[in-house]
Design a protein around this ligand. Structure first.
Ligand SMILES: CC(C)(COP(=O)(O)OP(=O)(O)OC[C@H]1O[C@@H](n2cnc3c(N)ncnc32)[C@H](O)[C@@H]1OP(=O)(O)O)[C@@H](O)C(=O)NCCC(=O)NCCS
Length: 414
């Protein structure tokens, strides 16, 4: 068995193995093979794309890419985003994932990426590697027939909504998102290629873009301050339209832009149900309607998992909710985040440094990752035994220090 980084000549077997891992029968037509080569030549960073090969056959895949992760306070830290993780059913549970993960995390740490992130297909895969749930998402539906927007919801006179073509979205989307992501801990970069795939201008040959509508919100000055992408089904019951509009993505710079785009979606003719697929756990929408029971949350689950590779760098980059100094002792089987660190939430310049001082709290690397972006509750983690309090009251102090008023949210699958 050989585990190695891949080259262009491996694209076909490597992408076929990704398909097999995710139970998608590979498309072996000449046309699709050519498209896959063209697409992955541009998309993959081969120096951080690995395959496990048994004889000549690719039976395991693992890829990471460099991105920036927004942390509380708006700084962007260098992060390694892990994706395309598969091991073929013939080779599962023989340690291939463990080996590929070990190699990739070591490379990321050596490059100076202070955190690794991923989205887990199954909950029980990644905790053992020091990843913890750092952001959540919710999926909800809005019954538009029962939706009156609150009269005092923020509105900007002179703003307007325009439908946009994929080409227009590819132009106005990137600067909007650059501004948006600085406001939201948990967000990551969207590359030019991301926009090409999202708009369908250059779809992925492995997961084609569904056809969707786009609308932009222009504030009274004409600046694009919000963008929504949505799909509709064509469901009619006899002559009664009962269409569901699914919001694939909605980002906004201001509450006024956000509410205007939801209002727009809810008012599209024929639509009686709006579905929000990957929304933030603390969505504003329930506070913007007269009857919040028109909104039903279908699920709220883990989304981005974070693994701290460099605790001083990661925790010095974010801001804190209290002027306090807390010493945490981290147990980390892989070593990257092991040690005792003082997190100092000084307003001027927050810092995290190794220390020999006695610890206030002890926790493992996975729990440290879960607390990084401000979502996890140290108090709940302490009462359930995931954090041990070494000085009385330390969990409550950690709650005030680490937790953020808005929940972190990553709007994007990767
Ligand atoms: C998840 C997957 C990559 C694991 O690969 P693998 O090579 O079998 O993993 P390893 O052999 O290195 O497993 C290491 C440990 O994790 C455990 N583990 C791995 N996958 C697990 C899962 N899905 N659920 C629970 N435990 C899991 C193993 O049992 C093993 O535990 P042990 O050391 O106590 O025996 C593989 O099962 C797979 O491809 N699944 C389908 C696609 C998928 O879900 N990919 C992940 C996308 S985020």
């Amino acid at each position: 068995m050989e585990i190695r980084t891949i080259g262009e000549e491996d694209i076909i077997p490597w992408t076929a193995a990704v398909g097999i891992g995710f139970l998608r029968v590979p498309d072996d037509t000449k046309e699709n093979r050519e498209k896959r080569i063209e697409h992955w030549r541009e998309r993959a960073d081969f120096a951080r794309t690995r395959g496990a090969f048994d004889g000549g056959r690719c039976v395991g895949t693992f890829r990471s890419f460099a991105t920036g992760l927004t942390v509380p306070g708006g700084a962007i830290v260098p992060a390694s985003a892990i994706t395309n993780v598969t091991v073929s059913p013939t080779h599962r549970r023989q340690g291939l994932l463990t080996k590929m993960m070990g190699l990739d995390l070591a490379d990321a740490a050596a490059r100076g990426e202070s955190v690794a992130i991923l989205i887990a297909a199954e909950y029980r895969i990644y905790g053992r590697f020091g990843f913890g749930v750092a952001t959540e998402y919710q999926k909800f539906t809005l019954d538009t027939l029962r939706t009156d927007f609150a009269p005092d919801a923020p509105v900007e006179a002179g703003a307007r909504i325009e439908l946009a073509t994929p080409e227009e979205v590819a132009e106005v989307g990137p600067p909007l998102h650059e501004e948006f992501r600085r406001q939201r801990a948990g967000a990551i970069e969207r590359t030019a290629m991301w926009w090409q795939m999202y708009t369908g201008l250059a779809p992925s040959p492995m997961s084609p873009t569904p056809p969707r509508f786009h609308a932009v919100y222009r504030d009274p000055s004409g600046k694009v301050a919000g963008l929504v992408g949505y799909r509709t089904d064509d469901h009619w019951d006899e002559f009664v339209p009962k269409v569901t509009l699914t919001v694939d993505s909605l980002i906004a710079l201001t509450p006024a832009a956000e509410i205007a785009l939801w209002r727009f979606c809810a008012n599209v003719d024929y639509v009686n149900r709006v579905e929000g697929a990957d929304r933030s756990p603390d969505e504003l929408l329930p506070l913007l309607v007269q009857d919040p029971r028109a909104i039903t949350t279908q699920s709220r689950r883990d989304f981005v998992w974070a693994r701290i590779l460099d605790a001083p760098a990661a925790f010095s980059a974010r801001t804190y909710g209290a002027r306090d100094r807390l010493v945490v002792e981290v147990h980390d089987d892989l070593g990257y985040a092991a040690g005792r660190f003082a997190i100092d939430g000084a307003a001027e310049q927050a810092r995290c440094v190794p220390t020999g001082d006695p610890a206030d709290l002890a926790l493992d690397a996975s729990t440290l990752g879960a607390l990084y972006l401000g979502a996890g509750s140290p108090v709940r983690l302490a009462v359930t035994g995931r954090i041990s309090e070494r000085t009385p009251g330390a969990a409550e102090r950690a709650e005030a220090l680490l937790r953020t008023p808005r929940e972190p949210w990553c709007p994007d699958w990767f």
